[in-house]
Write a protein that binds this ligand. Structure first.
Ligand SMILES: *[C@@H]1O[C@H](CO)[C@@H](O)[C@H](O)[C@H]1NC(C)=O
Ligand SMILES: *[C@@H]1O[C@H](CO)[C@@H](O)[C@H](O)[C@H]1NC(C)=O
Ligand SMILES: *[C@@H]1O[C@H](CO)[C@@H](O)[C@H](O)[C@H]1NC(C)=O
Ligand SMILES: *[C@@H]1O[C@H](CO)[C@@H](O)[C@H](O)[C@H]1NC(C)=O
Ligand SMILES: *[C@@H]1O[C@H](CO)[C@@H](O)[C@H](O)[C@H]1NC(C)=O
Length: 517
């Protein structure tokens, strides 16, 4: 606003009027109706604008604003208005951009220097009377908090060490409160603490406290958050944990089957992450977290040790496991029925030797009807021959950790029908006598042996086919030889006989018949 000289003079005189106004009123120039005093507190924010109203009445005849700064008692003129025009004192610039609109003082771009006491004196004319208002305003200029600055005395502590975080603000009207946040991918942002001073004391830093930290300051005007800062707690390695895939355990540790791909994984929590080394028995075999053995062999049974190292702290931990590699014996299980207890019993023998651990074998049908107990490598079951029907099948079941599918062997026990066939033949002009006994078939096969007329066994026991050759002489003429056939499924031994001719010239055909043994 540009005021001309005359206007300036007018305002000067107005100022005078106002200063002497009460006196004038008392001097009966005009009747003084009433004088009002009011006091208010107004809060403004620095750099923003504030309105200081002079009460609620509008359109005074004269308005005069003055200001007494904090700690002083000398009032300074700020602005004045005669109801038509207004003027702002030049020196008011220290308060901000001051304008006077009717009776209301507006300060834009408020300065902290504006903190203090404002007085509005207004004079209203009402029905030939004068009303004077004294309106006091205590202006408090609030300063917003500035963006805080976060610091850590140690942003890479070793777990257990103390950490002090400091949050500083350049300015801001007190009281300023401080709140602390931590951000991690896992948990998002979590509130850590609220403090009155800008200090956060972690007496013993802990891996759970790692993350991006921010501090937020707040006062009654605003709140501001600092840039984030990472707290990196150095720790570990913890005791490693070894896992084995595929997973199989025994009483000593882990087991794997030969030819399988075995993956050994070691995990030891550490910051920075562990560096891993694998040992087999006591030699280093691999460096890395995951040790893959593509086709494990039985010779790789042993102790596997994982060593975890924190290269930053130069600390290490280790764990070992025992890995046993299982393997099957070669071939297949075999099922063999055998005569036992002088051909009265039938011994079922199941066998599959070798492998580790030994194969468990079990005959499915027991003598008592239920399942029999399992044994390793061999399983034998005895049946009374007379209880076994011709053509009965028996199954032996093999089980082993390395066997994916059930493996069995089967045997069907039977005895051939009919009788043994005997014959005697003289050779080389009666020099030798050959006794032949045949009875093929059966499971187990039929056992045959020759007996002479004195009940002496000639030669050995043979299966299915027994030939006995002896030097012949005249004394053998007319003698009888018996072939005995035995099998657990035969309740009685079966025989066939041959009787030699008197002169040993002709040998009659053998003839067989059943008779009690
Ligand atoms: C100032 O007074 C005039 C006349 O009474 C009125 O028209 C105007 O609205 C007032 N201004 C404000 C900001 O109150
Ligand atoms: C880390 O802090 C958590 C929670 O306060 C506590 O359960 C854990 O035991 C601490 N760990 C260490 C190593 O101090
Ligand atoms: C490794 O150690 C195990 C158990 O002590 C042993 O049986 C195996 O023979 C060792 N292997 C080698 C290659 O030394
Ligand atoms: C036993 O069974 C087999 C075949 O199943 C048969 O050939 C044989 O003659 C039978 N034996 C008897 C003594 O019945
Ligand atoms: C004739 O053979 C039988 C049986 O081998 C024998 O016991 C006997 O001594 C033999 N006799 C003569 C005279 O060689």
């Amino acid at each position: 606003m540009d005021y001309g000289l005359t206007r300036n003079l007018q305002i000067r005189s107005l100022l005078k009027i106002i200063y002497i106004l009460p006196t004038v009123a008392y001097g009966q120039l005009l009747p003084l109706k009433e004088t009002k005093y009011e006091e208010h507190v107004v809060k403004g924010v620095r750099d923003r604008s504030v309105l200081l109203p002079c009460g609620d009445a509008a359109s005074p005849m004269v308005v005069f604003w003055s200001f007494t700064k904090l700690g002083s008692d000398i009032p300074r003129a700020v602005a004045i208005s005669n109801g038509v025009e207004s003027k702002v004192e030049r020196g008011s610039g220290v308060l901000g951009n001051v304008t006077l609109d009717n009776s209301t003082l507006e300060i834009e771009n408020l300065k902290t220097a504006a903190e203090g006491r404002f007085l509005c004196q207004a004079m209203y004319g009402e029905e030939d009377e004068i009303k004077v208002v004294y309106f006091y305003i205590e202006l408090i200029v609030l300063v917003p908090v500035s963006k805080p600055f976060l610091q850590m005395n140690n942003s890479t502590p070793v777990e257990g060490m103390p950490v002090v975080m400091t949050c500083t603000v350049k300015e801001g009207t007190p009281p300023v409160t401080y709140s602390w946040q931590r951000y991690t991918n896992r948990d998002g942002t979590v509130s850590v603490a609220e403090t009155v001073e800008g200090l956060l004391n972690l007496t013993s830093s802990n891996r759970t406290q790692m993350g991006w930290y921010t501090c937020t300051t707040q006062n009654e005007v605003n709140s501001q958050t600092s840039d984030r800062m990472y707290l990196d707690v150095i720790y570990g390695p913890d005791e490693p944990v070894i896992s084995v895939e595929p997973f199989a355990v025994n009483q000593h540790g882990f087991s794997a089957n030969e030819q399988e791909e075995v993956i050994l994984t070691c995990l030891a929590s550490s910051n920075p992450p562990s560096h891993y080394i694998w040992f087999y028995n006591s030699s280093q075999v691999y460096s890395g977290q995951k040790y893959v053995i593509t086709r494990i062999s039985r010779t790789q049974t042993g102790i596997y040790t994982c060593l975890a190292q924190n290269m930053h702290l130069n600390t290490r931990t280790q764990t070992a496991i025992i890995l046993t590699v299982y393997y099957l014996p070669k071939g297949k299980p075999s099922c063999t029925p055998l005569p036992a207890t002088n051909f009265q019993d039938l011994a079922l023998r199941c066998s599959w030797q070798g492998g580790f651990p030994p194969v468990r074998l079990r005959w499915l049908k027991s003598r008592w009807g239920g399942n029999s107990t399992a044994t390793y490598s061999n399983a034998t079951q005895i049946h009374h021959g007379k209880d076994v029907r011709n053509g009965t099948s028996y199954i032996c079941l093999a089980s082993h950790p390395a066997l994916r599918d059930e493996t069995i062997c089967r045997t069907t026990v039977w005895v051939p029908g009919g009788n043994p066939i005997c014959s005697a033949v003289a050779t080389k002009q009666n020099e030798f006598l050959m006794l032949t006994c045949d009875w093929a078939g059966g499971e187990p096969r039929v056992t045959l042996w020759w007996r002479d007329w004195k009940d002496h066994v000639l030669g050995g026991l043979k299966q299915s086919h027994n030939i006995f050759v002896m030097k012949s002489n005249a004394t053998l003429g007319g003698k009888e030889f018996t072939c005995v056939a035995a099998h657990p499924l035969l309740t009685r031994a079966t025989e066939c006989r041959v009787r030699l001719g008197k002169q040993m010239r002709t040998v009659p055909l053998g003839w067989g018949h059943s008779s009690g043994a």
